[in-house]
Ligand binder design. Structure first.
Ligand SMILES: [Zn+2]
Length: 296
C-alpha cells in the first residue's frame, strides 16, 4: 500500500479498496502479446503480475490531497451496494481506511473524478433510506463537461460500452447534479494554488489528470491514463476498453515524455504496491521505479 507522501506543504494519502488480479495483457491491451509481456515482467516487481496465469495485478484506490487550504479527494473507487455483478470484493475497507486516516466525509471540499467509469465514481454517492445521496455533503464534485455529456447520452440511448455497467451515470453522477454539487468544467482548470486538472482524453472522452504542485515539486494523479507498468514499457498499448485507443496512446506518450524529463512523481491509480513512482526513458519505452517507501 502507498505510504503517505509529503510534497512540500501538501500531503497525499491513498485510500485503497482492493488489490486483485485482472486480465492477461493479451486480452486487456490492444496489440499486446503474451511473449512481450513475459519479457517485460522479468524486469518488474513480483507483486505486479501472477506468474502462473500471466494476469496483471491491479489496485483500486483513491487519493486524498491535503493542501494548506483544501482537502481534495481524487477518484472514488467502486463504492458500496452497487453493481454486485461487477464488484465481487468487500468495499467497506475503503471507508474504514478513510476514517482511520482521520478524515471525515464532511471535510472533503472537492471531489475530482478523472473520468466517469464505474471504478472511479463509486463512493461519489451512498445509499440512504433507499435513495442515492452525495457521500461528501460539503464537496464540489468536478466532472469534465465532455465526459458528463457523453455518459448522459450513453445512459439515455442505452448504448453502454463494455465494463461500464448500465446505471453508473444514474447512480454515481446524476444524484450529485441533482443535489447542486456538480461543477462541469472543460479544459485545464486550477482547483487550488497547488492542484490543477489537465485534459488527457482517449481512455474516455473527457479524461483528465490531476497535477499537484508544491514549490518545485510536482506529482500527477493519472487516473486511467496508464493501468499497469507494462504500458510504460509499451506506451502504445491502449486497453480494449479505451474510447479512442489512438488518442489514449497520444495522451500517454505526452505525459510519459514530460514526466521522464521533469522527474515528476506519478500516482497511477491502478498500480499495486507502493503505487507512486518515477519513469525514466529506457529503449523505446520507459522503466517505472517505485518510490522508495523509506523516502516517502
Ligand atoms: Zn480505472
Amino acid at each position: 500500500m502507498m505510504q503517505d507522501i509529503r510534497l512540500g506543504d501538501v500531503t497525499i494519502s491513498a485510500i485503497p479498496e482492493t488489490v486483485r488480479p485482472g486480465k492477461t495483457p493479451e486480452t486487456f491491451f490492444i496489440g499486446a502479446t503474451r511473449e512481450a509481456a513475459a519479457r517485460h515482467y522479468e524486469t518488474m516487481e513480483p507483486f505486479l503480475y501472477v506468474p502462473e496465469t500471466g494476469q496483471i495485478v491491479m489496485a483500486f484506490q483513491s487519493f486524498v490531497v491535503r493542501t494548506p487550504r483544501r482537502t481534495i479527494l481524487i477518484d472514488t473507487c467502486n463504492g458500496e451496494h452497487k453493481f454486485t455483478d461487477a464488484v465481487v470484493w468487500p468495499t467497506r475497507p475503503w471507508l474504514d481506511r478513510f476514517h482511520a486516516l482521520g478524515f471525515s466525509v464532511d471535510e472533503i471540499d472537492v471531489v475530482l473524478c478523472t473520468h466517469l467509469h464505474i471504478d472511479h465514481t463509486g463512493w461519489n454517492t451512498r445509499l440512504e433510506n433507499g435513495a442515492w445521496v452525495p457521500t461528501f455533503p460539503n464537496a464540489t464534485y468536478i466532472f469534465s463537461a465532455t465526459e458528463y455529456a457523453y455518459w448522459k447520452n450513453v445512459a439515455e440511448t442505452g448504448d453502454v460500452p463494455p465494463l461500464q455497467r448500465d446505471g453508473v451515470w444514474q447512480i454515481n453522477c446524476l444524484p450529485i447534479m441533482e443535489a447542486g454539487q456538480a461543477r462541469l468544467i472543460d479544459g485545464a482548470h486550477e482547483i487550488d494554488d497547488h492542484v490543477r486538472i489537465e485534459p488527457s482524453p482517449g481512455h474516455s472522452p473527457g479524461h483528465y489528470c490531476v497535477r499537484i504542485r508544491s514549490g518545485a515539486l510536482e506529482a500527477v494523479a493519472l487516473g486511467d491514463l496508464i493501468h499497469h507498468p507494462l504500458q510504460c514499457r509499451e506506451p502504445d498499448w491502449s486497453t480494449r476498453y479505451c474510447w479512442d485507443p489512438v488518442m489514449a496512446t497520444e495522451s500517454r506518450r505526452t505525459l510519459l515524455a514530460a514526466a521522464a524529463q521533469d522527474r515528476t512523481l506519478l500516482l497511477p491509480t491502478h498500480f499495486p504496491g507502493p503505487t507512486a513512482g518515477y519513469v525514466s526513458q529506457d529503449g523505446a519505452g520507459y522503466a517505472y521505479s517505485f518510490l522508495d517507501e523509506e523516502a516517502s
